[in-house]
Design a protein around this ligand. Sequence first.
Ligand SMILES: Cc1cc2nc3c(=O)[nH]c(=O)nc-3n(C[C@H](O)[C@H](O)[C@H](O)COP(=O)(O)OP(=O)(O)OC[C@H]3O[C@@H](n4cnc5c(N)ncnc54)[C@H](O)[C@@H]3O)c2cc1C
Length: 205
Amino acid sequence: MQTDFLIIGSGIAGLTYALKVAETCPDKNVTILTKAQSDETNTKYAQGGIAGVMDFDKDSFTKHVEDTLIAGDGLCNKRVVEIVVQEGVERIKEIIEWGAMFDRDPEGDYKLGKEGGHSESRILHHKDVTGKEMERALLEAIKKQKNIQLLTHCFVLDIITQHHLGYLVTKSTPDIECFGVYVLNLSNNKIEKNFSQHYLAGNRG
Ligand SMILES: Cc1cc2nc3c(=O)[nH]c(=O)nc-3n(C[C@H](O)[C@H](O)[C@H](O)COP(=O)(O)OP(=O)(O)OC[C@H]3O[C@@H](n4cnc5c(N)ncnc54)[C@H](O)[C@@H]3O)c2cc1C
């Protein structure tokens, strides 16, 4: 199989990337491979909610950064925390635009939770199944994009690089290129090759 963009994983990382690249490049094909059913992801099991500064009257990026650095107890890279805290709000708004519904109070304002380590209420949630709601919304959004296909029960075994052409490739080899992946198709137990110009591993596992 040949595709323009190949994405491994159908959690929040893989699905949001797929949506963005499909919208940016409407004439290109995007293929998502995932090893189980489409929603079987860590994303679906996230419960508590997603943190972001939503009420700038009471909260601020500075406070969220400070809370995160204290909770991280010296292990955090401050620059990365700043990027995640500041850009996270935009990413949350994108998920809302793609259809995720977070709980609101009778006035229509978001019901923001306050979890351990946070000095202000800044946790958006959907009951206690926030991840399930985000996964639902993203999968619905994917279905509406004609240039995205999602293939389930495709277990990626190996990434195809120059080492499959006989070159020695190690972790420190510069400019490692990825041409595609070897996949175990769990529907027919066959090994298949998937080639792509662009590749993203959208999973942490
Ligand atoms: C119980 C639980 C509660 C959590 N609660 C929260 C919370 O309240 N707030 C919060 O912010 N975070 C929470 N998290 C963390 C959050 O869920 C993850 O950080 C986030 O979902 C990771 O998203 P992802 O897209 O990177 O990975 P995932 O959602 O795990 O997606 C990975 C994808 O890759 C696929 N995949 C993996 N290996 C292969 C392979 N070899 N071949 C093919 N496909 C493969 C998987 O099937 C899956 O589709 C929680 C996590 C868990 C498990």
